[in-house]
Design a protein around this ligand. Structure first.
Ligand code: SAM
Ligand code: SF4
Ligand code: SF4
Length: 368
C-alpha cells in the first residue's frame, strides 16, 4: 500500500453562508446543472485493476504535484460558484478522497454553504472505505450526509486481487459498519462487475447486505481510460446481473427518481434495496445533470470527454466571483456530450473493428 501523499498547508477556510443567485443553467440538450462531482485528489492507495492498473500507475506515474492540486480555499470557491448556479449536491471523490489531508474541514466548509433555496448543500462522498472506520464519525460531525463505498467482493482473495494491493475485505466491511453506525445514511455499496473476475460475488454480496439498511448497486464495467484490457466481453450487462439475483429472490421495481443513474429494485421481502447502473447497456446521458471538476481545477462536462475547461485563471483573489460562475455557466450551456449513447449507437461498428471509437479521460482524475 502507498503512504498518504503529502499535502500543502492551506489557509484556514472562510465559509460563506450565502451564495450569489443566478438563473437555472441548462446545456444544449436541455439538461440542467444539478450536481457537482469534485475530485479532491488524483492519488489512491488501491490499484483496482479496472481503474488504476499497476502496470500503468506505477511509482513513476506523473500524479499531480501539491502545487498542481487546488487548495481547500480554491476548491471552496469553485463549489460556491456551482451552488450559485443552482447545484444542491456535491459529491467528493478522487482518487481516494480520504487521503486528502484535512478532508473534514473541506466537508465542513461545503456543508455550511446554502443553496439558492436556502437549504444546506448536501455533501456526499465516494470512497474505497479503507480509512472509513476511523474517519466516519468525524466526517459525519463535519456535515457529510451520505457515503458510497466501493466493494467488489466479499471473498478476501478476490477482493485483494482486484484492489491489487492486498487490502483485506474485512477492513472495508468495518468501514461500512462505522458509516452505518455514524448515521451516514443511506450507505450505498458500489460493486463493479467484471466477467470472470467477480461475477460469482453478486449473490454473496446480496446475501451479506440483506437486512443491513445498505443499498447495494451493481455497476457495469466501463471503458474509461485506465483499464488496459477492457473489452465488451468482460462487461456483465445489468440484465444478466439482475437475472442472477432473480434466480434466488423475487425483485420488485422501484420508481426511478429524476436524474437517477440507477434502476432500483427491492427484494420482495423488503430486506434489501438494489440498484443497477447500466452505463454500457442502457446509457442515461439524457438525464446527466452532473458536472465534474478535477483537483487541478479543470471542469469536465462528461466522464468520457477528452477536453476540459481550465477554471484556474478565474481563481485568483483579485478576479470577481462572477467571472468564475460565468465561465462555468458558459461551458455548461455549450455542452452537448452524450458519449455513452454514442457508444451504444456505434456498438456494432466497434465490435466489428474491436476498437474503442471515442477517447476517454482517466477515471482516478475525474472521480467516476
Ligand atoms: N476511490 C474511490 C472509490 O473507489 O470509491 C472514489 C473514486 S472511484 C474512481 C469512483 C467509482 O468509480 C468507484 O465506485 C469505482 O468502482 C468506479 N469505477 C472505477 N473504474 C471503473 C470502471 N472501469 N467501470 C465502472 N466503474 C468504475
Ligand atoms: Fe482507487 Fe477508487 Fe480507482 Fe479503486 S476505483 S483504484 S479505489 S480510485
Ligand atoms: Fe453523462 Fe457523459 Fe456518462 Fe453520458 S457518457 S451519462 S453525458 S458522463
Amino acid at each position: 500500500m502507498q503512504a498518504a501523499p503529502a499535502q500543502t498547508q492551506h489557509a484556514p477556510l472562510a465559509p460563506h453562508a450565502t451564495v450569489p443567485t443566478d438563473q437555472a443553467c441548462r446545456d444544449r440538450l436541455g439538461r440542467p446543472l444539478r450536481d457537482l462531482r469534485l475530485s479532491v485528489i488524483d492519488q489512491c492507495n488501491f490499484r483496482c485493476t479496472y481503474c488504476m492498473p499497476k502496470e500503468r500507475f506505477g511509482r513513476d506515474y506523473p500524479f499531480l504535484t501539491a502545487q498542481q492540486r487546488l487548495s481547500d480555499t480554491e476548491l471552496l470557491r469553485i463549489v460556491r460558484a456551482f451552488v450559485g448556479l443552482g447545484v444542491e449536491k456535491v459529491r467528493l471523490t478522487g482518487g481516494e478522497p480520504l487521503l486528502r489531508k484535512g478532508i473534514e474541514a473541506l466537508v465542513e466548509a461545503i456543508a455550511s454553504l446554502r443553496t439558492r433555496g436556502g437549504k444546506q448543500v448536501e455533501v456526499a462522498m465516494t470512497t474505497n472505505g479503507s480509512l472509513l472506520a476511523r474517519k466516519a464519525r468525524a466526517l459525519r460531525d463535519a456535515g457529510l450526509g451520505r457515503v458510497t463505498v466501493s466493494l467488489d467482493s466479499l471473498d478476501d482473495g478476490v477482493f485483494r486481487a482486484m484492489n491489487d494491493v492486498g487490502f483485506p475485505v474485512a477492513r472495508v466491511l468495518e468501514g461500512i459498519d462505522a458509516a452505518c453506525a455514524a448515521g451516514l445514511a443511506p450507505v450505498k455499496v458500489n460493486c463493479v462487475v467484471e466477467r470472470g473476475t467477480n461475477d460469482a460475488q453478486v449473490l454473496p454480496l446480496v446475501e451479506h447486505f440483506r437486512g443491513s439498511g445498505v443499498t447495494l448497486r451493481f455497476i457495469e464495467y466501463m471503458d474509461v481510460e485506465g483499464p488496459r484490457g477492457w473489452s465488451q466481453s468482460r462487461v456483465v450487462p445489468s440484465g444478466e446481473i439482475r437475472a442472477m439475483v432473480e434466480r434466488a429472490h423475487a425483485l420488485l421495481p422501484v420508481a426511478r427518481r429524476d436524474a437517477e443513474t440507477a434502476s432500483n429494485y427491492l427484494l420482495a421481502d423488503g430486506s434489501l434495496k438494489l440498484g443497477f447502473i447500466s452505463s454500457v447497456s442502457h446509457p442515461f446521458c439524457g438525464d446527466c445533470t452532473r458536472a465534474r471538476v478535477s483537483v487541478d481545477g479543470r471542469l469536465h462536462l462528461c466522464l468520457f470527454a477528452t477536453s476540459s475547461v481550465d477554471l484556474r485563471p478565474h481563481l485568483s483573489a483579485h478576479r470577481p466571483a462572477e467571472a468564475l460562475a460565468e465561465a462555468i455557466s458558459q461551458a455548461w450551456q455549450a455542452r452537448g456530450d452524450r458519449y455513452s449513447e454514442l457508444r451504444a449507437e456505434s456498438r456494432a461498428e466497434r465490435l466489428a473493428s474491436g476498437k474503442r471509437q471515442y477517447p476517454t479521460v482517466r477515471m482516478s482524475l475525474v472521480g467516476g
